[in-house]
Design a protein around this ligand. Structure first.
Ligand code: NAD
Length: 495
């Protein structure tokens, strides 16, 4: 159990202006340009971030390349690499609360969740891939006896990672840890809206003994820093999590530069389907409420489209309403609150615009829809439920990435499948029923990377997080994630 006094120890810490990590050096950007880091808790500046341009990005990639070619990490015996990665996990755990509070001040995530999902998850991820390192084998192929066919598994070289602001440490670790496990160097660019915890991870990695240059961190906005990284001719693989809008650009940058391989984890508009035969509707309503409003809906797999069988529509909506009404919004570092702040003012405005648009297209606001706690200077929004939402509306088709739930009734199983698959996304989905045969039929028909059955949310490192359709193409997590950072080499030897 978290203690408020423990949290308060870190919440007013002075945060130094940030630098970037190139090799073993923490340096300023070459242009000297910086930008403010605004805390969504109160709208105040808490630090400054370096804004890197192509020159800084080039230094970082060069540093990764030189380290890689020298073999400081790539040629280190797997058992030694494993020890260092385990040490990283240990140090993340040692600094857990500090990292969580730092991250929450930067992106507004409620502290209980921040602690579990950010350092908690990142430490687990480093440990998972560390343990995999000395269990990965090449293969001998089944050739005729006068030949020997070998399949080598090799690192790709320099991996670039670009990540969003909602869970920077967790998502950063999903990319850094498997890339390092395979022996690659990494250059990561956190989101300009939440960079602090990943910069701190850079310190931890050096302290754990990761050879300098193996992990480099550049900061700044997408249009300049991100673009320079994605266009770089010496990046072998780019792994990205973020919006589809940025994802499309990255595909273009790859084509315009060295055709680097691009793996993308993009947005979602995930359906959460509730059948009348659900065993415990009250439980389903409670879990579904948190399935959308946890972290203010700023969760890629958030169950943002509630689809409810017609005969229980009003009853179920009433239950979700009740749980939503009781959620406490406010300072993410106050343990009494359930939901923290929206990441930025621009995100808050975008969320509110979606609500207005939904109203104008026939949606009925059941609860919420407004900015709150404006006097605090921070960015807070009420959890919002919109009913009577039709398939062809803006709010049904687009990701809000905020605390907004739409509700749509359905007639039968076929109708539920059609509505589920009626957007361009295919990230996650939820299904509530006590009919096992129906569950299996639906699982096959729903086009999504994840189907939660009689639950919503929750996962561990053993399951890949992957999308279909316009939700992306690469898996984070699980041993499958290693494939992105591995080149296969066939060896054909005459005996
Ligand atoms: P975003 O696409 O705006 O930004 C993501 C990252 O890309 C940031 O670091 C940003 O600086 C960078 N970027 C922006 N423009 C760029 C450009 N032109 N070139 C290179 N880099 C650029 O997304 P966001 O607002 O930070 O995050 C929210 C999105 O992320 C949502 O769509 C959400 O669903 C998605 N997301 C997906 C997953 C998943 O696992 N599928 C997880 C978390 C978030």
């Amino acid at each position: 159990m978290l203690d408020q006094k423990e949290v308060n120890k870190f919440r007013f810490n002075q945060i130094q202006n940030q630098k970037i990590l190139v090799g073993s050096n923490w340096v300023h950007s070459k242009s000297g340009q910086t930008q403010s880091i605004i805390s969504p808790i109160d709208g105040k500046e808490i630090s400054k971030l370096q804004v890197c341009d192509h020159l800084d990005v080039n230094d970082a990639v060069l540093s990764g390349r030189e380290t890689y070619e020298r073999g400081d990490w790539s040629n280190m015996p797997p058992i030694n690499r494993k020890k260092i990665m385990l040490k990283i996990a240990e140090l993340i755990e040692k600094n857990m609360l500090e990292l969580a509070v730092l991250g929450a001040r930067d992106n507004g995530t409620e502290i209980n969740m921040a602690l579990k999902a950010e350092p908690g998850s990142a430490a687990g991820t480093f440990r998972y891939y560390a343990e995999a390192i000395d269990k990965i084998y090449g293969e001998i192929s089944n050739t005729s006896n006068n030949f020997l066919g070998l399949i080598h598994k090799e690192p790709v070289g320099v991996v670039a990672a670009i990540v969003p602001w909602n869970f920077p440490l967790m998502i950063g670790a999903w990319k850094i840890a498997p890339a390092l496990a395979m022996g690659n160097s990494v250059v990561i660019k956190p989101s300009e809206a939440a960079s602090l915890s990943l910069l701190k991870l850079g310190e931890i990695c050096l302290e754990a003994g990761l050879p300098p240059g193996t992990l480099n961190i550049v900061t700044g906005n997408g249009r300049i820093t991100g673009q320079a990284l994605a266009l770089h001719m010496d990046v072998d693989v780019l792994t990205f999590t973020g919006s589809g809008t940025t994802g499309r650009k990255l595909l273009e940058y790859s084509a315009q530069s060295n055709m680097k391989k691009i793996y993308q984890e993009l947005g979602g508009k995930s359906p959460n389907i509730v059948f009348a035969d659900t065993e415990n509707l009250e439980e389903a309503a409670k879990v579904s409420t948190m399935g959308i409003f946890r972290n203010s809906g700023e969760v890629c797999v958030a169950g943002s489209r509630l689809l409810v069988e017609k005969e229980i529509h009003d009853e179920f909506l009433g239950m979700v309403y009740k749980f939503t009404k009781n959620l406490k919004i406010g300072d993410p570092l106050d343990l009494n609150n359930d939901i923290g702040a929206i990441n930025s003012l621009s995100q808050l405005k975008s969320d509110l615009d979606f609500v207005e648009k939904a109203k104008s297209e026939g949606g009925k606001i059941e609860i919420g829809g407004n900015r709150v706690l404006e006097d605090s200077g921070g960015f807070y929004m009420e959890p919002t439920i919109i009913s009577s939402v039709k398939q062809d509306t803006t709010i049904f088709q687009n990701e809000v990435f905020g605390p907004v739930l739409t509700v749509t009734p359905f007639e039968n199983e076929n109708d539920a499948v059609e509505l589920s698959n009626a957007t361009a996304f295919g990230l996650a989905s939820g299904l509530w029923t006590s009919n096992l045969s129906r569950a299996h039929r639906m699982i096959r028909k729903i086009k999504a990377g994840t189907v939660f059955v009689n639950t919503y949310g929750g996962s561990d490192n053993t399951l890949p997080l992957t999308g279909v359709k316009q939700s992306g193409n690469g898996s984070d997590k699980s041993l499958h994630a290693l494939d992105k950072f591995t080149d296969l080499k066939s060896v054909w030897m005459k005996i």
